[in-house]
Design a protein around this ligand. Structure first.
Ligand code: SAH
Length: 191
């Protein structure tokens, strides 16, 4: 999947590395949340999660992304790979449709505090069954509190290593590694 050609720091355009995209997609596939399911990728960027979901056999995949240039890259990558995805240029906070599964790698709020919050709000609203999301370990309390408040179940919080090449001008080292959380949350079954 293409890198962001000129990644914007303000919206934290950070592509999910392929190995981490596989972690998320494998986890969703093992829980039967991709094949034959509807999937929404919030902040789909250059498309790795949405395209991956389609290639894992999802029935209907939508990618919502505010940057039209990223959507164009995602669209051509999907065409090249024969993946069917509906690309929606727009803000996640105005997205009102629902899907069985939500996948996302939202901004972590490192540049703009709480930039992840509209994504979590949108994810809890859009997902009928499960959310798969990457997040900063700094957001643990917030996400856990949101899950409890909405009566969602935390299936898994896994710490994964995130290789991070120099992306933004304020990055000093050519490459670094971060610890990132992969969250799996589901709607609680009725009693
Ligand atoms: N899902 C991709 C991109 C992750 S980076 C991947 O995993 O590789 C986060 C993406 O969210 C960026 O493409 C950024 O442009 C987009 N974004 C940031 N704020 C947004 C908003 N409010 N609505 C929609 N997209 C947004």
């Amino acid at each position: 999947m293409p890198e962001f050609p000129s990644a914007r720091a303000d919206t934290e355009q950070v592509r999910t590395p392929p190995e981490r995209a596989c972690d998320l997609l494998d986890s969703a596939s093992l829980r039967s949340d991709l094949h034959g399911r509807s999937v929404v990728d919030l902040g789909s960027g250059t498309g790795v999660l949405a395209i991956g979901a389609a290639l894992y056999g999802a029935d209907r995949v939508r990618g919502v992304e505010s940057d039209p240039a990223a959507v164009e890259l995602a669209r051509s990558a999907a065409d090249r790979l024969g993946a069917t995805v509906e690309w929606i240029v727009g803000d996640v906070s105005t997205f009102r449709e629902r899907a069985h599964t939500v996948v996302m790698n939202p901004p972590f709020g490192a540049q703009r505090r709480h930039a992840d919050r509209p994504f979590w709000e949108a994810a809890f609203t859009a997902a009928r069954k499960r959310i798969y999301a990457f997040a900063s370990p700094d957001s643990r309390t917030f996400i856990a509190a949101q899950a409890v408040e909405r009566d969602w179940h935390i299936d898994e919080t896994r710490s994964v290593v995130w290789p991070f090449p120099r992306t933004f001008p304020h990055h000093r080292k050519p490459r670094t590694e971060l610890a990132v959380d992969l969250w799996v949350l589901s709607v609680s079954d009725p009693p």
